[in-house]
Design a protein around this ligand. Structure first.
Ligand code: ADP
Ligand code: MG
Length: 738
């Protein structure tokens, strides 16, 4: 406190060249923070849930029955909506939105930069002097798209791109704007967003899964993929955030010594939620409910200041739109509470990273969750079919799943130090392992019954089992959790669409293959149920290597996985190569998800994104070091030199001080030498024209070579330099002060 009192009067005068005072000013602000009142509606949630949504229910209520029937059937069957119907929907949506005070509409889309984009148009038509919203405006818009990445698909002279209405995701009122979920495509029809391929993959998995379901039940007409994304995040005070240029620019701290108390106590997990954060959570949940986002659980995560929010699962496309929207809502509400939300995959070294666990399953239109074992024999063979086929798909295309979650930020979370390896394996629990082992061996062993869930398959070769839903493994990137799979490797800041596109496509493909193989067996005269069992047995054998029940974080697993020839690709540029193999490119093309050209363009965009991220971080590191860290260290060193000389003059031993001076010199030297070399390297690398090669060079010759060496010295200096002089808000302040 004393220090702040001394510095305060000089703050304004000196803080533009003395970062240290920005740090103390931020801490002072933090000290003075008050809780911001939450405006909570008086009524219960069910009364206002979805009040800002114009979805299927609102359409049913406002459209003529015949028109509504058309819309509903188009949505269900992935069909086009005709112009007259679109006009009717637009008119109803406009009336609804304007009755709630809306003035504008926007096509809301998800470009490949990540996040969401929008361009607002007014309902008011000055020429006609009235508010208008035509079906054609609902269906298609032409945003000024030249600044969105296209991977070379749109040449600069032809910068046109279109957004087109996605009727499967409800419109919503955000602020005073009617927001319409849309896809984003180029003038020539290539997809330029994350939603379009996702919609295609969901259609592919619907078709393939329905075919397979019909082997069991002819009445099943559709299968929907469901997603419940658990979103982790960190919360820090806004003033402290603003005083860390690395958090502002790169979303993560590039420096910072671990606090004396980290997450080793594990006392934060399920602990009580701090007041200001609680207010923030309460308010963003209310906003989410108004928008029809079914957020449900909230709790602390493992690391200090880390939290999680989980919604109820929905259809993948809607769930992902909701996740994107929720992230936006969270950012806005946090501002109001003088907080900042960090979604970055690894904002703080040494602490738990941030993921977005994608809980996923397939559900039939008759309401059967295909990953839920039941007590009916027929349903259980159906369950085993989907269960085994999914494992087989992951085994076949693990490299693609890995690639689907590859980003510069996620590289800090997967395959790095103190992070799970980037090996794609499947955890299924001991009981399901036993079932598959028995099925594989043609054995007929009974596993003891309990009072949980039974699997009575009614086929000799398949044992009866109980499913213990508590069997959990938190180190697996892809885990079966009783009635769904959980793809945990997806990054906290990522859009789920890319991962979900890959997963649903590989499962669709495997289901198609399964269907063909079963039919071949039947043609050979095999009884249908046995034909299914035979193919499953083959799949179990072939995909065994991808199953792993042990500690996914251990070194033994890395060795074991190498023996099993499972991929362990540690960085994005190399992981992305999996998209470009003939196997993957053909897979996407075969299912109508992406043409080869679109696929290549996407990889190009993601490589460019990677390069930019590493470039930004390299610059942030360079700037912080040269403008803040080194000058601070030199100033402090000068003080020590004066002190050492003084001691010497008095004839007092100054060895300890001289030693510190030397240590500081050493670190300054390391930092300067490496930063200079890194700048030279960047100049060389920027001349590489091939994007993939440039990305690899940024990875190996910039990030891997320099980031940690520089950080190491900076973090050591943080411990040596007087706390009063240190310019950057420290980890302990970011993480423990509220
Ligand atoms: P867990 O503790 O097993 O992770 P929760 O019930 O808390 O389970 O669920 C976590 C997330 O998984 C939630 O978002 C939930 O809605 C989602 N989820 C549950 N069942 C399914 C399912 N069948 N398909 C997709 N997501 C699901
Ligand atoms: Mg979970």
């Amino acid at each position: 406190m004393k220090k702040r009192a001394i510095f305060a009067p000089f703050l304004r005068q000196i803080n533009h060249y003395h970062m240290s005072h920005l740090r103390f000013e931020a801490l002072k602000k933090l000290n003075e923070r008050e809780r911001v009142p939450v405006e909570a509606p008086a009524s219960v949630v069910s009364k206002f849930f979805g009040e800002n949504v114009f979805g299927i229910e609102q359409m049913r209520a406002t459209l003529a029955p015949a028109v509504f029937k058309k819309v509903a059937s188009a949505i269900k069957n992935h069909e086009k909506i005709d112009e007259a119907t679109a006009d009717a929907v637009a008119s109803a949506a406009k009336s609804w939105a304007m009755s709630k005070g809306a003035t504008h509409f926007t096509h809301w889309f998800q470009p490949m930069t990540g996040g969401t984009a929008e361009k607002h148009d007014s309902f008011f038509d000055a020429l006609a002097g009235i508010e208008k919203f035509k079906g054609s405006e609902l269906v298609q818009q032409e945003p000024d798209a030249s600044s969105f990445p296209s991977g070379g698909i749109r040449s600069t002279f032809e910068a046109r791109g279109y957004t087109a209405w996605d009727p499967t995701s409800p419109m919503f009122l955000y602020g005073k704007t009617l927001s319409i979920p849309t896809i984003f495509v180029s003038y020539t029809g290539e997809t330029l967003d994350t939603k379009s391929p996702l919609l295609k993959a969901l259609k592919a998995v619907d078709l393939a899964a329905t075919k397979v379901c019909q082997l069991f039940d002819k009445d099943i007409q559709h299968v929907t993929a469901s997603l419940g994304p658990e979103q982790e995040y960190f919360v820090v005070d806004k003033a402290l955030f603003m005083a860390r240029p690395d958090l502002v620019m790169a979303g993560r701290s590039v420096f910072g010594h671990a606090p004396a108390r980290g997450q080793q106590m594990e006392d934060h997990y399920f602990g009580s939620i701090p007041g200001r954060v609680y207010d923030f959570m309460k308010e963003f949940e209310i906003e989410c409910w108004r928008l029809g986002i079914p957020v449900r659980t909230r709790h602390n995560e493992v690391a200090p200041s880390q939290f999680e929010v989980a919604p109820l699962f929905e259809d993948v496309n809607v769930a992902n739109d909701h996740n994107q929207l929720m992230m936006d809502v969270m950012g806005r509400v946090a501002e109001k509470h003088n907080l900042k939300v960090l979604f970055h995959e690894k904002p703080f070294a040494g602490l738990n990273g941030t993921g977005k666990h994608n809980n996923w399953s397939l559900i039939t239109d008759s309401g059967i969750n295909l990953y839920a074992p039941s007590s009916s024999a027929r349903d259980n063979l159906l369950f085993l079919t989907f269960f085994v086929t999914t494992i087989k798909a992951v085994h076949e295309h693990g490299d693609l799943l890995r690639a689907s979650i590859a980003t510069a930020a996620n590289d800090f979370r997967l395959g790095a130090n103190e992070a799970p390896p980037a090996i794609m394996s499947v955890f299924i629990g001991s009981q399901m392992s036993a079932v598959l082992d028995e099925l594989e061996k043609k054995g007929n062993v009974k596993i003891e019954k309990g009072d949980n869930m039974y699997m009575k398959l009614g086929i000799d070769q398949i044992p009866e089992i109980i499913l213990d839903a508590t069997d959990r493994n938190r180190t697996s990137p892809f885990a079966f959790t009783g009635n769904k799979f959980e793809f945990r490797a997806v990054g906290g800041s990522d859009n789920c669409a890319t991962a979900m596109t890959a997963l649903n496509t590989i499962v669709a493909d495997q289901l198609e293959k399964f269907f063909e193989s079963v039919n071949k067996e039947i043609e050979k005269g095999e009884e249908k149920r046995m034909a299914i069992v035979n193919v499953l047995r083959k799949y179990i054998k072939e995909s065994k290597d991808v199953r792993f029940e042990g500690d996914g974080y251990s070194d033994e697993w890395v060795k074991e996985a190498a023996k099993r020839k499972l991929g362990n690709v540690k960085n994005t540029p190399r992981a992305l190569e999996a998209y470009l193999t003939k196997k993957s490119a053909d897979l996407f093309e075969r299912h109508g998800i992406m043409s080869h050209k679109e696929n290549e363009a996407r990889v190009e965009i993601r490589l460019e994104g990677y390069i930019k991220r590493v470039q930004i971080e390299a610059r942030v590191i360079g700037d912080l070091v040269m403008n803040h860290i080194v000058p601070t260290a030199i100033n402090y060193q000068s003080k020590l030199i004066t002190n050492a000389n003084g001691l010497k003059g008095l004839g007092i031993d100054n060895k300890a001080v001289v030693q510190t001076i030397k240590e500081i010199s050493g670190h300054i030297d390391t930092i300067k030498t490496n930063v200079r070399a890194m700048i030279e390297e960047r100049k060389r690398i920027n001349k590489i024209t091939d994007t993939h090669k440039r990305a690899v060079a940024y990875c190996d010759d910039i990030k891997e070579k320099y980031f940690d060496v520089i950080r190491d010295s900076v973090d050591k200096l943080e411990l040596l330099v007087d706390d009063e002089d240190w310019p950057l808000v420290k980890y302990r302040e970011l993480l423990f002060l509220r």
